[in-house]
Design a protein around this ligand. Structure first.
Ligand code: TEU
Length: 578
């Protein structure tokens, strides 16, 4: 695919005024073009820029409720601004990927407004409408027991009083699912794809694209997990029988252009499914798998749970996904945080002031030496971290966090321990952590918007110390370390992007280490996932290593010829086998 890494940035949002619309910060250019310019001026070693959802939207789910796929949300800019952005990126050998959210639309999309207007409307069948069942009192009840993903504990079926039917909306009631069984829907999506590719976009992140085919008899999901609202209905509303057919239909359109695609597939697990979907035989170039993002969830429970994990668990995930690429002609999307997850630094390492930089660089050491296309999420390259634990829940703006807190406050009103646990889970797992305003510099609002404008979400309090401007020219910063690691990755593409993969010392609970190799070279990455000093002797049959890059000075290693390796807290090192 020739792509070294992709940066994902989320659109910038300003303050809402009295009628709920956004006040566009009176900046000279569209805020996200400004952001991109700053990024470009930082001489980033990035190959591509992937932007997020920019389409016109009521913003119930931060843009993942689209009301016009062929226009831009005014607070971000205009279609002309997108043309400017694509042109500016092109001057820097970069390209723009768009998020394509076509499992559902906004309930304000004209298609849905027509569909819900009457049973006879030509667009009625563009969405999934059902009569529902009646209870013993003759009251209508939803067709099955599926629950929503974002609206905690709510049924995935929304009652429409006008036409006396339910419509399916798996995420929130503002996001009715499209009926992909309908050929007209598929044609309409293909038309949207061509519209953006003709405009110069280079490809798409396909949002929850494993959801577009559903089991058509809409059966009940397994029994509720006692005490859990979470309904594992994914077995029926995702990975349905026509998913491959629909993806092949999209592939047919994409083949008219030179594109790159990544499918977000939260519920694809089975390796055959993965291979059928990606790589040389598949319809998509790669997919976002959720193994790493679910690493610390309690098995079988929702994300609002926590279970201990260790480096051996993480190695099992990397082993499985990396080998897929090698053994099964697949291709990996390497990522460890996104706009739906907490900051990887806070979640998988240590974001304390003492260890933040070491830990962020250690994560970079691993990230930049895994095979496939690397994705860096805005701020990850700076070591940005989660919202501080002392922020009130009211500062969490995301529909998912707010909905869960509303549910927990009611459900656990008389159970202080469970309510505290729910609050702790929000502090650990909320999507808000990666949605706080980008920290550009130490000026008010971290340069995200003018001091006179209140950003849509509070800026992390640490922005005076953690921001791009402070790191650009600092050779010891997290940002500079990312540049060195990406440079090494580019210089040895055959190894780090395309090469072989073998886990070292798989059972070790504190160290993630592996070998990467091509026909001519072999490299080793060793990362300490603890704040402890360790002696590690798991390097196997490698005779000697020249350590080339690390997040501490390398003296400790290059002077010693021993392969009994002393690792400092959160240390990450990369070496060439000699
Ligand atoms: O996310 C799909 C998805 O899997 C998430 O809902 C995930 O389960 C949840 O965020 C875990 O906290 C995509 C988008 O990335 C997300 O932002 C949207 O909310 C969602 O689809 C609906 O479009």
């Amino acid at each position: 695919l020739g792509l070294d890494c992709i940066i994902t940035v989320n659109p910038i949002q300003g303050e809402r005024d009295e009628d709920g619309s956004y006040i566009v910060p009176d900046q000279d250019i569209g805020p996200w073009v400004k952001a991109v310019n700053k990024l470009m001026n930082n001489r980033c070693e990035y190959e591509n820029l992937s932007n997020k959802v920019l389409y016109k939207s009521p913003q119930v789910d931060m843009g993942y409720d689209v009301s016009d796929y062929k226009d831009i949300e005014p607070k971000y800019g205009t279609l002309m601004d997108v043309d400017d952005l694509i042109a500016e990126l092109g001057k820097r050998d970069m390209k723009l990927m768009m998020d394509l959210v076509v499992n559902h639309t906004s309930d304000q999309h004209p298609w849905f407004l027509e569909s819900r207007s009457s049973l006879e409307n030509p667009k009625r069948d563009w969405y999934i409408w059902k009569k529902g069942r009646v209870d013993k009192h003759g009251k209508p009840v939803p067709p099955n027991n599926w629950c929503r993903t974002l609206d905690t504990a709510e049924s995935a079926w929304e009652w429409d009083e006008v036409t006396k039917e339910y419509y399916l909306s798996v995420f929130s009631s503002a996001q009715p699912d499209l009926n992909w069984e309908n050929r007209e829907v598929r044609d309409a999506v293909h038309d949207i794809i061509r519209f953006w590719l003709n405009r110069g976009v280079c490809g798409f992140r396909l949002d929850v694209i494993d959801h577009i085919s559903k089991v058509q008899h809409f059966p009940d999901a397994e029994e509720k997990i006692p005490g859990q609202y979470y309904q594992p209905g994914d077995k029926f509303y995702a990975n349905g029988p026509r998913l491959t057919e629909y993806l092949q239909g999209i592939r047919k359109v994409l083949n008219e252009y030179d594109t790159i695609t990544v499918g977000e597939m939260p519920f694809v697990n089975d390796e055959d499914e993965i291979i059928r979907t990606v790589g040389l035989q598949g319809s998509l170039n790669m997919i976002f798998l959720f193994h790493l993002l679910n690493l610390d969830n309690e098995p079988g429970r929702s994300k609002w749970s926590y279970s201990e994990w260790d480096a051996a668990d993480m190695k099992r995930i990397h082993m499985r996904t990396q080998r897929l690429m090698i053994d099964r002609d697949g291709w990996n999307a390497v990522f460890c945080e996104n706009h739906d997850s907490p900051r990887s630094l806070s979640r998988f390492a240590d974001d304390s002031d003492e260890w933040r930089e070491y830990a962020a660089k250690m994560l970079c050491t691993k990230h930049s030496t895994l095979g496939g296309t690397g994705y860096i999420y805005q701020g990850q390259e700076l070591g940005m971290r989660n919202i501080p634990p002392d922020w009130p829940i009211s500062e969490y703006k995301d529909i998912e966090s707010q909905s869960y807190w509303k549910f927990a406050s009611k459900q656990f009103a008389n159970n202080h321990r469970k309510l505290e646990y729910a609050k702790k889970m929000i502090e650990l797992k909320a999507r808000d952590h990666t949605r706080t305003p980008m920290q550009w510099d130490a000026s008010p609002n971290a340069g995200f918007c003018k001091a006179s404008v209140k950003p849509w979400m509070r800026v992390n309090d640490d922005y005076p110390r953690i921001n791009a401007l402070d790191q650009l020219d600092n050779p010891h910063s997290v940002f500079s370390y990312w540049k060195r690691c990406l440079q090494l990755r580019k210089e040895h593409k055959e190894v780090f992007i395309y090469g072989g993969f073998e886990i070292l010392d798989p059972k070790h609970k504190d160290v993630v280490a592996y070998k990467r190799f091509s026909e001519h070279e072999c490299w080793v990455t060793v990362t300490n996932f603890t704040g402890k000093y360790l002696q590690w002797t798991g390097i196997g049959d490698i005779k000697a290593v020249e350590w080339v890059l690390g997040n501490y000075s390398l003296d400790l290693h290059n002077n010693s010829k021993s392969l009994d390796i002393s690792l400092r807290p959160w240390e990450g090192i990369i070496g060439r086998c000699i």
